[in-house]
Ligand binder design. Sequence first.
Ligand code: ZN
Ligand code: ZN
Ligand code: ZN
Length: 144
Amino acid sequence: MKTWLLSVVLAFASISALAPLGHTPVPLALKNYQCRKCAVVVQSSSTPSSYGCPAGSSHQWQNLGDVGWENYQCRKCATHVMNERQPSSYGCPAGSSHQWQHLSRVGDKTYQCRKCGLAIRCKSYPSSYGCPAGSSHQWNKLSN
Ligand SMILES: [Zn+2]
Ligand SMILES: [Zn+2]
Ligand SMILES: [Zn+2]
């Protein structure tokens, strides 16, 4: 009787571990890599190939941090990433260090800034600080 109960508990535990709760799960083993020369961002579990940078010869990859649930944008180069925490400030394509601004947690609402054109998926109204096009973002809600 006890063995039977234990196997039911274990089966339930393994099902809950597999079933995603809420939103589409972000594969957290991925990291955001950005090339400081051509500014492209790719999500990868290891450093991407350096061949064929459009800005000339080799990509120069910078590891920005783990892919996650927070929207950040650099007010200098306008790069947007979904990161677990404040991304690394090294290697801004616009020169020296990124200046990251936290915008909002990732969610199912879409907002676009009418000044810089950035469109992001947010849980709540994004911060207006640090628009790359100057002073404050002006967010429009595009969808729920
Ligand atoms: Zn590149
Ligand atoms: Zn930057
Ligand atoms: Zn903006």
